[in-house]
Design a protein. Structure first.
Length: 270
């Protein structure tokens, strides 16, 4: 059983929902990432999605695009992201870490090399935004052999056939993108999210995480009522950007927002 599965099953037994924050590795500076990772855990993160900076993050809105630009400007590479995970694991062996990004850096490293290195440093999952299930068999097989969960996206427009293809390969959890568009966009329609989550549940027993459009404690609590996990990214990354020159304030703002989400989600589940 993977660390992600173990974590999510334990939460389910407790009647709680997973809180999964996203930050971009190396943003606003490489030395800020490790303290932020630990701050996320202290604020209530159950799983962490750590973004691998990429030059053309097509699924991401302006907030995360800028975060990638800031990290890339300082030379942050996939190798350095893996080293950040290794450093995080020196003090935290329990919180699952999912790398989230695009195919090119993994392909450039080579699937086998990436999977072995990622497994060695303590990566638990990989979400490759631009890899469709029709082309994912080789990478998914390599990851699964190395004990890393391949995680896939589903969207409001995903057909039953696409859902079947995705859940056949997915491990850990399925990430449902709650909005048409890019990260950080639009307002959530929780009723519409519930309808699609119910459709997905007909095809899989995997936990379903919902992300995009979750901006505050209220939206996190509402989504937690219909999903197994709540994923929040742009709302955190925008605070990192706003207080990039004041590390203490930046960490405090991120902690405050995530703690409020955690509290609201727990209250909603009672």
């Amino acid at each position: 059983m993977s660390q992600i599965t173990s974590c999510l099953q334990a939460l389910h037994r407790e009647g709680r929902k997973a809180l999964i924050p996203y930050i971009t590795a190396g943003d606003p500076r490489p030395d800020a990432t490790l303290p932020l990772l630990h701050a996320l855990v202290a604020a209530g993160a159950d799983v962490i999605e750590l973004g691998v900076p990429f030059s053309d993050p097509m699924a991401d809105g302006p907030v995360i695009q800028k975060a990638c630009e800031r990290a890339l400007a300082q030379g942050v590479s996939l190798h350095q992201v893996l080293e950040m995970v290794a450093q995080f694991r020196q003090d935290n062996q329990d919180t699952p870490v999912v790398l989230m990004g695009y195919l090119n850096p993994t392909e450039a490293m080579g699937y086998e090399t990436f999977a072995k290195t990622a497994s060695d440093v303590g990566v638990d999952g990989l979400l490759t935004v631009d890899l469709p299930p029709e082309e994912a068999q080789d990478l998914s097989r390599t990851l699964t052999t190395a004990g890393i969960d391949p995680i896939f996206l589903l969207a409001p427009t995903s057909s039953p056939e696409r859902i079947k293809r995705v859940v056949a390969l997915a491990r850990g959890y399925v990430y449902y993108v709650s909005l048409k568009g890019v990260t950080g966009s639009a307002t959530l329609d929780v009723a519409a999210v519930q309808q699609k989550v119910d459709v997905i549940r007909a095809y899989t027993d995997l936990p379903i995480g919902v992300g995009f459009g979750i901006k505050d404690a209220a939206s996190a609590a509402a989504v937690s009522q219909v999903a197994d996990a709540v994923v929040v990214g742009s709302a955190l990354v925008s605070r990192i950007e706003a207080f990039a020159e004041d590390p203490a304030r930046m960490q405090a703002e991120v902690t405050h927002l995530l703690s409020a989400m955690r509290q609201a989600m727990d209250q909603a589940s009672q």
